[in-house]
Design a protein around this ligand. Structure first.
Ligand SMILES: [Ca+2]
Ligand SMILES: [Ca+2]
Ligand SMILES: [Ca+2]
Ligand SMILES: [Ca+2]
Length: 345
């Protein structure tokens, strides 16, 4: 093995310019011949250091003479496609050649390290250098979407759950995603069990009331745990859908009308009116003479279903009674109703 190695090295040394492929071959030989490795050293630096920043003094730390670095044509070999580190043979300093982004180098892998070899010729020497790249909190948590929209019925049950998605933070450890908050918390709260790797969910904790609030905007915030805590937000827009939870209400419980003697058919007596707080057909009110009213009395009057206008539909016989009353009903299209009295004399 050692004979093959020395032959191979001689042939390599004879060439002025040794390609990376050939260096790789040399390294492979060294892997099989570990006694040729002359030392190793480790450094730890934060990611994102500026180009030209010093990682360490190789000459000092490995006890090498500067002259030897030059005469041995000391150079760096790394398996990475990108050359992040440079060796200055003039002063023995290991320098940042390309900015190191820990996230693109190692993603979520920890620890993250560059494994380099410093190789010298005449005689061949090999030193291994490990540069650990520590994480910097340079990414805020972000949501896949900036906003979400929900249509939720005001009759939704307490405890109803809604999936909000999740945020991601490419940093690691404490600099990664830590917590969520949802504000305001009047109707909805975050499910404490959700989050992390799972989607965040919110739970309805107080009934909705479209009549009070028909639109709700919430802000979901994701935080990391870094020293300068970073955050990302998502807006949640909720449209509260109507339920028929309000009956019509007459503006008066009793309407009075004075009917002059011999009043003709078609005489306008009064106009009843009810309001309904609901929306659309749930709030659309129609007027009727109550079914409970005696049929002969009911025939004496007409109520316009839409306007609530009450008109005379026949002749009133005051001989029988001088005071009369009639029940009128207001109904919405969901079947809820209110009743008022029309008193006439
Ligand atoms: Ca980074
Ligand atoms: Ca980072
Ligand atoms: Ca972060
Ligand atoms: Ca309603």
């Amino acid at each position: 093995m050692s004979v093959i190695l020395s032959l191979r090295l001689q042939s390599l040394n004879s060439k002025m310019d040794i390609s990376a492929m050939q260096w790789r071959t040399v390294l492979l030989f060294f892997v099989f011949c570990s006694e040729c490795a002359c030392g190793q050293i480790s450094y730890s630096i934060p990611e994102e250091m500026a180009i030209g920043s010093m990682i360490g003094n190789i000459a000092q730390d490995l006890g090498l003479d500067i002259k030897r670095l030059k005469s041995g044509k000391a150079r760096i070999f790394s398996g990475e496609s990108m050359e992040y580190v440079d060796l200055n043979r003039e002063n023995g300093l290991l320098l940042i050649k390309e900015k190191i982004d820990r996230e693109s180098l190692c993603a979520k892998l920890t620890p993250c390290a560059l494994h380099l070899q410093i190789i010298m010729e005449n005689p061949m020497e090999l030193y291994s250098v490990t540069v650990e790249i520590t994480d910097v909190n340079d990414n805020a948590p972000t949501f896949q979407k900036n906003e979400m929209r929900f249509d939720i019925s005001e009759s939704a049950m307490i405890g109803a759950r809604f999936v909000l998605g999740k945020a991601a933070d490419p940093d690691v450890g404490i600099n990664g995603l830590r917590s969520y908050s949802l504000k305001p918390t009047d109707n909805f709260v975050l499910d404490k069990e959700s989050g992390g790797e799972k989607n965040v969910e919110m739970i309805l904790q107080k009934p909705l009331d479209r009549e009070k609030e028909s639109q709700i905007t919430l802000t979901l915030t994701a935080f990391d745990g870094g020293e300068s805590r970073l955050s990302g937000t998502m807006q949640i827009y909720i449209t509260i859908m109507d339920a028929n939870d309000n009956a019509p209400v007459f503006t008066q419980k009793v309407y009075k009308a004075a009917i002059i003697e011999n009043a003709k058919k078609g005489t306008k007596l009064t106009r009843v009116s009810a309001s309904d707080a609901d929306e659309g057909s749930n709030g659309h009110v129609s007027y009727y003479i109550s079914d409970a009213v005696d049929i002969f009395l009911a025939d004496l009057f007409l109520v316009d279903q839409q306007s609530g206008e009450v008109t005379l539909n026949g002749l009133i016989d005051y001989e029988k009674s001088s005071i009369h009353q009639l029940d009128i009903q207001a109904r919405d299209q969901g079947g809820l109703s209110d009743t008022c009295k029309l008193v006439y004399r």
